[in-house]
Design a protein around this ligand. Structure first.
Ligand SMILES: Nc1ncnc2c1ncn2[C@@H]1O[C@H](COP(=O)(O)OP(=O)(O)OP(=O)(O)O)[C@@H](O)[C@H]1O
Ligand SMILES: [Mg+2]
Length: 302
């Protein structure tokens, strides 16, 4: 299996001010994450709001540089390459941003959005009409502004922009997050068609484990900046190991767990875990292979 992207032990911190703006503290948005994205294997990243999914997507594509750790594209280390040397990488690994309301410039027509993406491209044989046809939009849409589009159409434009430059991998950050159920199905079907037509590999980010399980072959579960479990869809579906993954399958079960204060040490999931043991207060478990590529970070399995 050919590897497209790999990161080794990447972390990203942000300095955030307290509500009064007096003191600052460090927030670790992603913590020591290692993963590989292999060609043809759709990989899902799932986790609740604030778990670090978008930060991971931006760091993997070097829109944000990690504070530590290494990033490899097709075996070459690219973590500190200057932007001018990342052109090829940026054409081959594209991102669809989380919120199409924010990511499309309200003052740019659809044509301009696509043309601007083409400016940074290495080859431009396709026309704007070609690109729009790939996402099922007629040529007349070229002259429309984002506010004249429905949510689903806007997301089609965002996908069209990601197709410019002959990509091999698209990182889609909650691509259907703001859409109704029917439109969501249209967009997922479109993404699947594009995968087949262009041989794309997706990294699909969502807070919805059920959608991820339908769309992806491999799943990574994030919690507070950590990957707490990863495995094939079958492994995560039939045998979820981490207490947080089990909670994602059955969110109602948490109603009965009294949330404890957040602890500064130990396992990141400690304050919500019904299985916590003495050890969990003092040490953070490592992500370890339980069997056949099913990894989990939890002392229950050591
Ligand atoms: N530029 C930034 N400056 C300061 N803090 C940030 C910044 N970007 C993200 N964060 C913080 O990092 C953490 C992870 O944020 P991130 O956006 O990656 O989460 P997410 O999993 O994508 O959440 P959501 O599902 O809501 O999109 C959050 O606590 C967030 O407030
Ligand atoms: Mg996000």
């Amino acid at each position: 299996m050919e590897e497209i992207l790999r990161c080794e032990k990447i972390s990203k911190n942000f300095m955030i001010k307290d509500p009064l703006g007096i003191s600052k503290r460090k927030l670790t948005a992603i913590n020591n994450i290692s993963l590989s994205i292999n060609q043809g294997v759709n990989t899902g990243i799932v986790g609740e709001s604030g778990s670090g999914k978008t930060t991971l997507a931006k760091t993997l594509t070097l829109l944000v540089r990690p504070d530590s750790g290494l990033i490899y594209y097709r075996g070459n280390e690219i973590t500190k390459l200057p932007d001018r040397k990342l052109r090829f990488f940026r054409n081959r690994v594209r991102i669809i941003f989380q919120n199409p309301y924010k990511s499309l410039n309200p003052r740019s027509t659809v044509e301009r959005v696509i043309k601007e993406a083409m400016l940074t491209e290495t080859k431009t044989s396709e026309t704007v009409d070609d690109i729009l046809s790939h996402v099922g939009l007629p040529p007349e849409y070229k002259d429309k502004y984002p506010h004249q589009l429905s949510g689903g159409e806007r997301q089609r434009v965002a996908i069209a922009r990601a197709l410019v430059g002959n990509p091999e991998c698209i990182i889609a950050d909650e691509p259907t997050g703001s859409l109704d159920a029917m439109t969501e199905i249209y967009i997922l079907t479109l993404l699947d068609e594009l995968k087949k037509r262009f041989g794309l590999t997706y990294v699909f980010i969502s807070h919805n484990l059920k959608i991820i399980a339908e769309f992806c072959e491999r799943i990574m579960v994030m919690y507070r900046g950590h990957i707490v479990e990863q495995g094939s869809v079958e492994q995560i579906l039939k045998n979820p190991l981490h207490p947080y993954t089990r909670l994602l399958w059955n969110p109602e079960s948490e109603k009965f767990v009294r949330q404890q204060q957040k602890y500064n040490y130990g396992c990141p999931f400690l304050h919500r875990c019904i299985f916590r043991m003495e050890k969990c207060f003092h040490q953070s478990p490592e992500l370890k292979d339980k069997e056949n590529g099913h990894l989990v970070s939890c002392f229950l399995y050591e």
